[in-house]
Design a protein around this ligand. Structure first.
Ligand SMILES: Nc1nc2c(c(=O)[nH]1)N[C@H]1C(S)=C(S)[C@@H](COP(=O)(O)OP(=O)(O)OC[C@H]3O[C@@H](n4cnc5c(=O)[nH]c(N)nc54)[C@H](O)[C@@H]3O)O[C@H]1N2
Ligand SMILES: Nc1nc2c(c(=O)[nH]1)N[C@H]1C(S)=C(S)[C@@H](COP(=O)(O)OP(=O)(O)OC[C@H]3O[C@@H](n4cnc5c(=O)[nH]c(N)nc54)[C@H](O)[C@@H]3O)O[C@H]1N2
Ligand code: SF4
Ligand SMILES: [Mo]
Length: 812
C-alpha cells in the first residue's frame, strides 16, 4: 500500500488492525444486517469491565460532525486504544456568552458508534442484486482498481456529466472529512454533474434571493432585544439542541428580554414544551394562508409600517409596483381581494384552510402589529412542502409589513443567523462542468436524463442534459435510499445496473443505502483522524476545534482523504497533483489552521490547538443583524435583487411563471401568495387518504446517523403521532401497532396518541432505518417515513417536498 499517511496515526502504541487482521476470515459472504462475525477484542461494554492495567489513558479533543447544524466539542477518554468515556467542552466559565459547547445525548453516545460491532471493516464488492445486501470482501487494491477503472470508462464513454456526487451529510461538519470531498476529486479530472439546493432548504434557498437577494437572519442572541418571538415550524430544541446550538441562545436571550414566544406548528414541539406563551397548531402547508390573513388585519387596522414599505420595498402597493406588472398586481390588492382572484384574505377565509379559528388569527395579527421589535422566523419545516417556495416568502412578509427587517431584536423571517469567524475551508476546486440538476431529481437523471429540460425539470447551465447519470459517489450519504423520497420507486430505478452502472459507497455501516452500492468502502470516523472543524449554527460565538485521532485505525478502515488520493493516483499524474497539491492530510490541516489564524490573530497555533482543542471568538458587533447596512442606507448598500430593494413583487418570478412548463397544482407567482399545492389539506385525494403526514427531525437521531444506537432507541422510540380524535375514530390506543399507508407504500410502527398534534395531522421522526424486504412485500417495519413520500419535486426549486403526504392509518 502506497498511500498518504497521517503521521499521527502511526504513533499509536499497538496496531490493533494487524492483530485483528490475522484472525479474520477472508472472503466471507455477508448477509446485510448480520455483519461479520469477527473477534473484537473489546466491545462497547468496555466500561463495565475496565482494563486493570491500562496501556495508556489520554483525553483527545474531537467533535461530533454529523449534520444537525450544531457542532459540539467532544473530549474522548481513551484507554487501551479504545474510547471508553465521552465528555464535552470544559472551557469557559459556563456563563452565557462564555459558555460551554456541550454535546447532546447523541454526541455523548459516540463511542457506541465508534466501537459498534456492526461497523464496516473491509472493502467489499456486491454479489447479489442491488439492495439485497450480499457482498464479498475484496482487497483495497482490487476495490480501488475497480473504482478507477469504471470511472475512467465512464468519463471516456459518456463524459464527465455522467458522474454525480450524491448529496450526503454524514460528515457535514468536518473540513477534510467532509461530505463534499468527492467534488474535489471529480474537479481534478474534468468535473461532474453537480446539484443545486439541498434536502434541508431547497425551497427557501431558491425563494429568498427573489425577495431579499439573499437568505439571512439575525442571530438568536439578538432576541435579548426582542419583545416578541414568533416561530413558524421551527424546533431548535430538537434540531439545534446542544450547548452550541440555537435552543440555548433562544432560552438565554428570552430570559434577558422577557419576550413572549408564539409557536406556530402542527405539533406541540419540545421547543414549546411549557416555555411558550402560545402554541398555534396549523395544518401543514398552509402558513401562507395564515400570513395572508394576518396581513389583512394589519392592513385594515392600519398596523403596517407604510414608511418602511415605501422606502425599502417593491410591489407592496400601486406606488412601488413595477410597470411590467398587471393592474392591481400588487400585494395589497391581493390581500384585500382586488387582485386577480378577487378573494379577500380575511381571517375567516384562512380559518377554513389553516384550521386556526378566525378570532385567534385576528389576535395574533394585532400582537404582531403592535409589539416591536419582533423576532419572526421560520424553521425549514414549512418550506419542505409542495408549495414551499411560496410559503417561505410569505412568512417573510410579516417582518416586512411590520418593518422588523434590519434592526436589533427584529429578523427577516428566515431562520436564525450566526456569526462566522471565517474558518478556512478545504477548497473543492472549480467544476468545469456547468450543468446542474436540482437536489431532488437525481433519480430522474438516472432514468430519463436526456429528456430533462431547463424549463420543465429545472436543469441549469444547459437546455437539457446530454447523458443520464451512470456513476454515483455515495459518500457519507443515506440519500440513496433511506433519506430520498418514495423508496419503492427509487429501489426500482436503482435495480437496473445498465442505467446507473456504478455506485461507490463509503460509510461506517451497512445502511439501506449501502446495500444498493456496488463497491463499499469502510471509512474512518472523524474522531479517528485529524481535522480542523468549524462551527455551524453558533449564535454570536464562533469557534473552531482541532480534532485529533482518538484511536488507531482498526481493521482495514481508511480515511477519506487517503482513499480519494489513491483513486486520483490511478486516474493519472495530473489528477493526483490537482487533488493533493502535494500535501497529506496533516499538512492540509496545518495550512487551513494558518489561513484561519490570518483572520483571527489571537487564535492559538496549530501545535497549541492540539492541546487546548478549541478556539472561541465572540461576534465583534455583539449580535448579527441581517441587512443592517441596507436598513441604515439602502442607496449605498442595495440588496442583491435587480432593484436593490426587497421585491415583494418579483419581475424575475413573473418571467419564470410565464415561461416554465408546470403541472396543474404547481404555482410560481411574482407575489408571495398562498398556493395549496399537491397532496395538501384541500386535495381531493383526502377522501381516500385523509391524514396529512410529515417526518420531523427527531432528537433520537441525526437523520439516520446514530439510528443504530440502542440506548438512544430506548430513550426516544420511533412512533407515529396521532390526535386522540383521529385515533378514537380508528380504534387506536396509545402504544398500539399500526399501519401507515398510501399508494406508495406502507410502514408499521407504534402509535403515540397525543393531543400534542392537531387533528387531521400525523407525524413521525424522519430518518428511522428501513426494515423491509424490497424484493418481497416492501412493507417497512422500521418506521421509515420515505416509504410513503413523493418523488414529485416542488415547482420552482424542484426541491424535496417530503413533508407533503397524505396517508391513512389503521390498527394492525
Ligand atoms: N421524509 C424526509 N426525508 C428527509 C428529510 C425529511 O425531513 N423528511 N430531511 C432531509 C434532509 S434535510 C437531509 S439533510 C437528508 C439527510 O440525509 P443524509 O445526508 O443521508 O443523512 P444521514 O441519514 O445522517 O446519513 C448520512 C450517512 O453518512 C454516514 N456517516 C456518518 N458519519 C460518517 C463518516 O464520518 N464517514 C462516512 N463515510 N459516512 C458517515 C451515516 O452512517 C449515514 O449512512 O435527509 C433528507 N430526507
Ligand atoms: N436531532 C436532530 N437535529 C437535526 C436533524 C436531525 O435529523 N435530528 N437534522 C438537521 C438538518 S440536516 C436539518 S435540515 C434541520 C431541519 O430543521 P427543520 O427543517 O426546521 O426541522 P423539521 O423537523 O423538518 O421542521 C421543523 C418544524 O416544522 C414543523 N412543520 C412541518 N410542516 C410544517 C408546516 O407546514 N407549517 C409549520 N408551521 N410547521 C411545520 C414540524 O412539526 C417541526 O416541528 O435540522 C437539523 N437538526
Ligand atoms: S448530534 Fe448535534 S447537538 Fe448532538 S452532539 Fe452531535 S453536533 Fe452536538
Ligand atoms: Mo438537512
Amino acid at each position: 500500500m502506497n498511500h498518504i499517511q497521517n503521521p499521527d496515526l502511526l504513533h499509536h502504541p499497538i496496531s490493533r488492525r494487524r492483530l485483528l487482521q490475522k484472525s479474520s476470515a477472508a472472503g466471507c459472504l455477508l448477509a446485510a444486517t448480520s455483519g461479520m462475525v469477527l473477534p473484537f477484542r473489546k466491545t462497547a461494554a468496555a466500561e463495565n469491565q475496565p482494563n486493570t492495567e491500562p496501556l495508556a489513558d489520554k483525553v483527545v479533543w474531537s467533535s461530533c460532525t454529523v449534520n444537525c447544524g450544531s457542532r459540539c466539542a467532544l473530549r474522548l477518554h481513551v484507554r487501551d486504544d479504545e474510547v471508553y468515556w465521552v465528555e464535552t467542552d470544559n472551557t469557559g466559565n459556563d456563563e452565557y456568552g462564555n459558555h460551554q459547547l456541550r454535546a447532546c445525548l447523541r454526541g455523548r453516545s459516540i463511542r457506541r458508534r465508534m466501537n459498534h460491532p456492526d461497523r464496516l471493516k473491509y472493502p467489499m464488492k456486491r454479489v447479489g442484486k442491488r439492495g439485497e445486501g450480499k457482498f464479498i470482501r475484496i482487497s483495497w487494491d482490487e476495490a480501488l482498481d475497480i473504482i478507477s477503472g469504471k470511472l475512467k470508462h465512464t468519463l471516456e464513454e459518456y463524459g464527465n456529466e455522467a458522474v454525480h456526487v450524491l448529496y450526503g451529510t454524514g460528515v457535514d461538519g468536518g473540513n477534510i472529512t467532509n461530505s463534499n470531498v468527492p467534488y474535489r476529486l471529480m474537479n481534478s479530472c474534468g468535473g461532474f454533474l453537480s446539484r443545486y439546493g439541498s434536502y434541508s432548504t431547497a425551497q427557501i434557498t431558491t425563494a429568498m434571493p427573489y425577495l431579499y437577494g439573499a437568505q439571512q437572519g439575525n442571530s438568536p442572541d439578538d432576541i435579548a432585544n426582542s419583545k416578541l418571538v414568533v416561530l413558524f415550524g421551527n424546533n431548535p430544541a430538537e434540531t439545534r439542541m446542544s450547548g452550541a446550538g440555537v435552543t440555548y441562545y433562544l432560552e438565554q436571550a428570552r430570559e434577558r428580554s422577557n419576550a413572549r414566544m408564539i409557536v406556530v406548528d402542527p405539533r406541540y414541539t419540545d421547543t414549546a414544551a411549557g416555555r411558550e406563551d402560545e402554541w398555534i397548531p396549523i395544518r401543514p402547508g398552509t402558513d401562507a394562508a395564515l400570513v395572508a390573513s394576518i396581513a389583512h388585519v394589519l392592513i385594515t387596522e392600519n398596523l403596517v409600517d407604510q414608511a418602511f414599505l415605501d422606502k425599502y420595498c417593491i410591489g407592496y402597493d400601486e406606488k412601488t409596483l413595477p410597470s411590467s406588472a398587471p393592474k392591481n398586481g400588487h400585494y395589497k390588492a391581493y390581500i384585500l381581494g382586488q387582485g386577480e382572484d378577487g378573494v379577500a384574505k380575511t381571517p375567516a377565509w384562512a380559518a377554513r384552510i389553516t384550521g386556526i379559528p378566525a378570532t385567534r388569527i385576528t389576535q395574533l395579527a394585532r400582537e404582531i402589529g403592535m409589539t416591536k421589535p419582533a423576532y419572526i422566523c421560520q424553521g425549514w419545516g414549512p418550506q419542505r412542502h409542495a408549495n414551499g417556495e411560496q410559503t417561505a416568502r410569505a412568512i417573510a412578509m410579516l417582518p416586512i409589513l411590520t418593518g422588523n427587517v434590519g434592526i436589533n431584536g427584529g429578523n427577516t423571517g428566515c431562520r436564525e443567523g450566526s456569526f462566522d469567524l471565517g474558518v478556512e475551508w478545504f477548497d473543492m476546486l472549480t467544476n468545469p462542468v456547468k450543468t446542474k440538476i436540482s437536489v431532488y431529481t437525481w433519480t430522474d437523471a438516472i432514468e430519463r436524463g436526456p429528456q430533462m429540460t431547463a424549463t420543465r425539470d429545472g436543469i441549469r447551465g444547459k437546455d437539457r442534459l446530454d447523458v443520464p447519470i451512470k456513476f454515483i459517489w455515495c459518500y457519507a450519504s443515506n440519500t440513496l435510499i433511506n433519506q430520498h423520497g418514495d423508496i419503492s420507486r427509487t429501489h426500482q430505478i436503482l435495480q437496473d445496473d445498465n442505467k446507473c452502472e456504478m455506485i461507490v459507497g463509503i460509510d461506517h455501516f451497512m445502511t439501506s443505502s449501502a446495500k444498493y452500492c456496488d463497491i463499499l468502502l469502510p471509512d474512518l470516523m472523524p474522531t479517528e483522524q485529524e481535522d480542523l472543524i468549524p462551527h455551524e449554527s453558533a449564535g454570536n460565538m464562533g469557534y473552531v476545534i482541532l480534532g485529533q485521532p482518538a484511536t488507531s485505525r482498526k481493521f482495514e478502515r481508511r480515511p477519506i482523504y487517503e482513499i480519494l488520493s489513491e483513486v486520483a493516483k490511478r486516474l493519472g499524474k495530473d489528477a493526483e497533483a490537482m487533488f493533493t497539491e502535494g500535501r497529506n492530510q496533516q499538512e492540509w490541516i496545518q495550512y487551513l489552521c494558518e489561513k484561519t489564524r490570518e483572520r483571527n490573530p489571537d487564535m492559538p497555533s496549530y501545535e497549541e490547538l492540539k492541546t487546548v482543542g478549541i478556539y472561541k471568538r465572540k461576534c465583534p458587533q455583539e449580535h448579527v443583524v441581517a441587512f443592517r447596512e441596507f436598513r441604515a442606507d439602502p442607496q449605498a448598500n442595495p440588496l442583491k435583487t435587480p432593484s436593490g430593494k426587497i421585491e415583494i413583487y418579483s419581475e424575475q418570478l413573473a418571467e419564470i411563471a410565464a415561461t416554465w412548463e408546470l403541472a396543474a397544482e404547481d404555482v410560481i407567482h411574482p407575489l408571495p401568495v398562498y398556493a395549496a399545492g399537491f397532496e395538501g389539506w384541500e386535495d381531493p385525494a383526502r377522501s381516500q387518504f385523509p391524514l396529512q403526514l410529515f417526518g420531523y427531525h427527531y432528537k433520537a437521531r441525526t437523520h439516520s446517523s446514530y439510528g443504530n444506537i440502542d440506548v438512544l432507541q430506548q430513550a426516544c422510540p420511533q412512533e407515529v403521532w396521532i390526535n386522540p380524535l383521529d385515533a378514537q375514530a380508528r380504534g387506536i390506543k396509545h402504544g398500539d401497532k399500526v399501519r401507515v399507508f398510501n399508494n406508495r407504500g406502507e410502514t408499521r410502527l407504534q402509535a403515540k396518541v397525543t393531543p400534542r398534534i392537531m387533528p387531521g395531522v400525523t407525524a413521525m421522526g424522519q430518518g428511522a432505518w428501513l426494515v423491509a424486504d424490497m424484493f418481497g412485500d416492501k412493507i417497512d417495519h422500521g418506521g421509515s417515513v420515505n416509504i410513503l413520500t413523493n418523488l414529485r419535486p416542488s415547482p420552482l426549486a424542484k426541491g424535496n417536498p417530503q413533508h407533503t403526504n397524505l396517508v391513512e392509518i389503521a390498527k394492525l
